[in-house]
Structures are given as structure tokens and as C-alpha cells.
Design a protein around this ligand. Sequence first.
Ligand code: SF4
Length: 264
Amino acid sequence: MKINSRAFVSFDEYCPFDCKHCYTYDIERTSYRSMDEIVNSISKQQFDVVYVSQKNDNFAVPERGIQLCQNLFDKYRCNIFAITRNTLSDRDIHKIQDLSIRMRESNKLFVFAVSISAIESASKTENADRVPSPLSRIAFIKQLSDSGIPVIAMIRPVYPDKIIPITELAKIIDLCRGHVSCVVSGGLGVNDNILARLDMTRDAFTYYENYEYLQGAIDCEINFVNVADELNLLRAKCAGVSLPFFEHSMPALNFLYNQAMKIA
Ligand code: SF4
């Protein structure tokens, strides 16, 4: 793998999108740092890629998220992996496109992942008043891809089929294919606060034992729901349309990096 190590950066505010499944509300905030402090916070770390993702959707205010990415590249000349549930204006997409081109000139990659967890059932897991609709995010994916920016469809969290049917996730794949480079997916993680927001009880699910996921990304207690069957169906769906499928983002980034460097 060319991309072995990662650093995380994020704005410190609580995310305004208020997704029911979100663990970031359980991450303690000890300070609210300036943009420069956030960029400098990883200056002593070794990393091959910076994840602009951790405690927030850093593109909730798109200009700020884009500025953060620009500042990170200007300081570290690094690969950048950004994740959002938001959509961006044409003007903001152009800014990302310019950054992506600049990064490619230094053999670095900007990858945008757009998270979608459902279509018709989206309100089971998201707050429809706060976050753009799944279909508008799929339209945004197409705009990014038309601008030459590598895009990952981040289909997560995956719920048991009886709550969010796998057919909805298959539909996301059908609507995105041709516009995304790959799919990254993973199951729902819960704690008492998340269960309360979902209006569910712990016994609504079965869980993986000793499951290590999102390691390094979260520092709060989470139990991961067993959705192995659903993930297998999703994997098979992706295989059927020749779309690479990953359960972790780092192998996906390496796949994209190798693909991009072959084209260069
Ligand atoms: S957009 Fe992301 S960070 Fe924000 S509430 Fe939803 S899952 Fe959490």
C-alpha cells in the first residue's frame, strides 16, 4: 500500500446535521480551535493522507471545509480524503476541482466521499430538515465526477434489512454507478445515546463481538450491529455491476491512488 498512515482533522463544533446514528455527539470537545490551530495540530504526526473527518461534517459550511483542505495541502503537500453528507454549489465544486488539479501536479490525490445511508427510509437515520436529500447528494456525486474529482459512494451506516431494506442501498448503487470509483460501506454502531435518538432499544439488534472498526477515528464506546448478511448482499450487488467494494476506506484510497497514478 502506498497510503499506510492517516491523520484526522476536524472542526470542533458539534455537527449541525443532527443524524440519528452519529457518534460524533459523544466525542468530548475540550476546545474550539482556529483554522490554523487545526491545521497545525497534526504537524508532529507522520501520515500519508489527511482525513478531513472526525468530529463534524467539515463541509456543513462548504467554504470553511474547502479552505481547510486548501490550507492542509499548502502546509503538508499531502493526499486528502474528505467526507460529507452535504452538497456544494457549482462555485465550490470549481474550487475543489482547482485544488484537485493542483494536488495532481504534485502526485497527490483529493478524494471526496459522499455519505448516503438510504433513499426512501432516510428519515429513519437522518434529520431530513437539516441534511440534503439522498437524491440531491447523488446529483452532487455526478457533478463531482463530471469535474474529474474521484468520488467514493460511502454507503453507511448499513442497518439490518428489516429497518432499511437492502433494496434501497442497491438503488443507490444503480443511481451512482458510472459516477463513483468505488463503494465503501460499513454497519451501524450504537451506544445508549444513539439508541435513544433512533428510538430503539439495545435488544433490537445483534452485535459483532470484538469488532474493530473506525479505529483511530473515534474515541467513544460503540457496539457494532451485525449486518454481515446485508454487507454480503451489497458486495454481491457491487460485483454484479463491476464496482469495487470495500469495508474500509484505506484500501479504497490505495485503489484510487494506484488507479490515478496509472492514468498520470
Ligand atoms: S453529517 Fe456526519 S458528522 Fe454530521 S451528524 Fe451526520 S453523520 Fe454526524
